[in-house]
Design a binder for this molecule. Structure first.
Ligand code: SAM
Length: 274
């Protein structure tokens, strides 16, 4: 982000405030941080830890940044960060369905006040659209088999909990199947992307953020799966307002992987406002 003392920065995905804390320490008391998160619970919780006078934390969709800056009377910003996906706190919450082993409802919404929870979507969609969704957003090769099994099960019992869905997905894989990630990962990812319309909001932000940046300002995006990374890569490359600073994405070092294994699939790209 090329952070300097006095910068005005946006953390569009505040989460637990890890990045925001680091940003605040580097921009100093004369800087201004605007932290956004669609999850009101994340903002509420992080507010208890980040109470700096020069931090403005708002529960909002990051795609609404132009409107937020207008309201705050901030003409341009020096940098913006999006760290996509879900936070460790969301993953740990037993009642939100992000964790495969939780017996809580399969909700998967970042903001539980808006939209349709995943268990409703899962029990509503017909087999073909469900398979297409799992294939498209999860890049799951066994999508048809998984959708067929979900539909079969829901005739007798509706699929409402995270661990029920995870068990159905795992049962579609041969017993000998061995991989680093749980077979349920891709199906959960697909449903989460769908209920939160994640690709739509990312697309909107990629179009809107360059006009919020001052010349030389940086736009940094960390993504965790290929669909998002492809969108970021193409949007940066095709945008006349931006100069790409990363021809290849930056990945976590071995050292970082040791302390933060979840960074394994993270890809970071940077573009600068011309
Ligand atoms: C990977 S976490 C961010 C973690 C954060 N960087 C930290 O240091 O703790 C991603 C966060 O983005 C939020 N989020 C996802 N989509 C969003 C959107 N469209 N607008 C605002 N926040 C969003 C999620 O609710 C989640 O808290």
């Amino acid at each position: 982000m090329n952070l300097k003392q006095g910068d005005t920065c946006v953390d569009g995905t505040l989460g637990g405030g890890g990045h925001s804390r680091e940003i605040l320490d580097r921009i100093g008391p004369n800087g201004h941080l605007i932290g956004l998160d669609r999850d009101p619970l994340a903002v509420e919780d992080t507010e208890t830890r980040i109470s700096d006078d020069n931090a403005t934390l708002i529960s909002s969709n990051y795609a609404d940044l132009p409107e937020i800056l207008k309201e705050l009377e901030i003409p341009t910003i020096d940098s913006a960060l999006l760290d996509l996906g879900l936070s460790s706190d969301q993953l740990a919450a037993r009642d939100r369905g992000f964790s495969f082993n939780s017996d809580g409802p399969l909700d998967l919404r970042f903001n539980m006040m808006h939209g349709e929870p995943a268990f409703k979507l899962l029990n509503r969609l017909r087999e073909k659209p469900l398979a297409d969704l799992i294939y498209q957003y999860g890049e799951e090769k066994l999508s048809r088999r998984i959708a067929r099994k979900i539909v079969k099960y829901r005739h007798s019992t509706k699929v409402v909990t995270a661990d029920h869905l995870a068990r159905i997905v795992r049962s579609c894989y041969p017993k000998t199947y061995k991989q680093r990630t749980d077979p349920a990962t891709r199906t959960f990812q697909a449903l989460r992307i769908a209920v939160n319309e994640e690709l739509k909001w990312l697309g909107n932000a990629l179009k809107r953020y360059p006009d919020c940046l001052a010349p030389g300002g940086r736009f940094v995006v960390i993504s965790f799966h290929s669909l998002e990374d492809r969108m970021v890569k193409h949007a940066f490359a095709q945008d006349d307002r931006l100069k790409v600073l990363t021809s290849k994405p930056i990945m976590a070092s071995e050292e970082e992987l040791d302390v933060n294994p979840r960074s394994r699939s993270a890809k970071l790209r940077i573009a600068e406002r011309v």
